[in-house]
Structure formats: C-alpha cells, structure tokens
Design a protein around this ligand. Structure first.
Ligand code: HPA
Length: 274
C-alpha cells in the first residue's frame, strides 16, 4: 500500500482501463445494504481490490472488495462494492484513494450512501435523508500533506459540498415515488464504537441531524477533485440515548434490509438524471 500521488493513481487507473472499455461518468460508493445494486449493473466487469495496484483491501468480515464497471439505466458507472473506513485503521488518504482513481477514470459526479443514526428527534428509523452538508468530526483529513496542484487546490471550497442541483433532483424523484426525503447534516465520526448519549446531545447542539462513521473523507477528496456529490443516509436507528434501548449492528443491518428496495428504487431513478 502506498500513498496517493499522480503516479499511483495513474497506475491504478491504467490497470482498470486495460480491463474494461467502460469510461465511467458516475461513481457509486454505497454503504450497508445497497451493495445489491451491483447485481443491476449491465455488461459489467468486476475487479477485486487486491488486484488493483495500490488499492487498499478491506479488513472487515463481510465487507466485500471489488470495483465494478458497467452501465446502470444507460449511464456508465464505476462502483465500489465494499468501502474503506478509517476505523479499520486506514489513514484518511487511503480511504479516499479510490475516489481519486475514479476521478482519473473520468467520473464527474459521485453518489455516496451510508447507514446512520438519527440525531434529529423528529426522524424515525427507516427514514432516508439527503445530505445537505456534513461535519467532519473524525479528527482526520484526507488532504493533509503536500498538495498536488494537478489533483486540486490547496484550500478547497466546501460551501456546497453536496450539490444543490442533485439534491433538488433527489427530492423531486422521491416525491414522484410517493415519499418525502429528510434533508440534513451528517456528522462523520471516526468510530468504531457507537456514540454515548452525551455525544449525541453535543452533536445535536452542533447542528447534526444524523451520525455515522464514513463518507466525509471521500466527499472531501471528491470536492478537492471538482466532482459533484450527492449523498444519502439511511437512518437505520435512532442515535444513542434517544430511545431507551441499546444500539446494535444487527438493528442497523435489519433496518437497512427493510428499506433496501425503496432506497434502491430511488437511487436507480436518480442515476439517469445525474
Ligand atoms: N452511530 C454511528 N454510526 C452509525 C449509527 C449510529 O447510531 N447507525 C449506523 N451507523
């Protein structure tokens, strides 16, 4: 494993291009439960992460590691089946390396999804939230170190990290499908423990509506690279201390499974409009 620089990014992208003639326009990084979208990719090929030069390899059991290229609803996509979390021990640069490779492959927009706890007490488990903004509370940043001007500017603007245009499309599409999306701020923490009730009170005070352990580093790198971003959280549980019950990964997976079809249909209808 090595750090992201032009040579390593280029090598990874060259390897992928040699395997597939697909020139992706859209990148997909889908969290818990939506990996099944992989089955809907047409004329696709899959490349195990371990075969791609410099690519990180997932350590979490049950988290798969393949890059898929193909078309969905007529759009050329590249999809990560399995993502990297900083709680696995990867540095922030490494979690974001795949985004840089996707950029090199030609993507202009990125769709990211995650499972998250509901911090906003008007939310319910099973809600879908379009991310309006985030709080990077990981204590880390994927852009630390010397800046390569070929990849982006030293001090990237984050005032519209999550595209207003794509958020509007998301809300309209959900309305057409007969439901309304929540829209709110995602707080990204390092994890891997779930938060304490006191931390959830703090996050609510800070303006968070949902909390999770992914997404922010990928989005920071995507914005650095000038990629337009759309993000969704599946509210799989209410965050710690809101309900009188402990949190568990099983609950997270159960809820993700229950909303999967609705979430999948939304994403499928949005992709052609991106
Ligand atoms: N906290 C952090 N991450 C999560 C949660 C949560 O409550 N639910 C799903 N991912």
């Amino acid at each position: 494993m090595s750090t992201a620089n032009q040579a390593t990014i280029q090598e990874a992208a060259d390897y992928i291009r040699a395997k597939s003639g697909i020139r992706p326009e859209i990148g997909l990084i889908l969290g818990s439960g939506l990996g099944i979208l992989a089955d809907l990719i047409q004329d696709g090929i899959s490349i195990p992460y371990q075969d791609i030069p410099h690519f990180p390899v997932s350590t979490v059991e049950g988290h798969e590691g393949e890059l898929l290229l193909g078309t969905i609803e007529g759009r050329a996509v590249v999809m990560m089946k399995g993502r990297f979390h900083m709680y696995e021990g990867y540095g922030p640069q490494l979690t974001a390396f795949p985004v840089r490779v996707m950029k090199q492959l030609g993507i202009q927009s990125l769709l990211v999804t995650n499972a998250a706890g509901g911090v906003n007490t008007s939310y319910e488990a099973g809600d879908l939230m379009v991310i309006s903004d985030h709080l990077n509370l990981t204590g880390q940043n994927p852009l630390i170190g010397p800046n390569d001007a070929a990849l982006g500017v030293r001090f990237p603007d984050m005032s519209e990290a999550y595209s207003r245009r794509l958020r509007e499309i998301a809300k309209q599409t959900a309305a057409q499908q007969g439901f309304s999306l929540q829209e709110g701020v995602y707080a990204g923490l390092l994890g891997p423990n779930y938060e304490t009730p006191a931390e959830i009170v703090m996050l609510r005070t800070l303006g968070a509506d949902a909390v999770g352990m992914s997404t922010v580093s990928e989005v920071i790198v995507a914005r650095h690279a000038g990629i337009e971003v759309l993000g969704f959280s599946c509210i799989t549980n209410m965050a710690a201390g809101i309900l009188d019950q402990p949190l568990s990964h099983d609950e997270v997976m159960d809820t993700a499974e229950k909303v999967r079809e609705k979430f999948l249909n939304l994403v499928l209808a949005i992709i052609p409009q991106m």
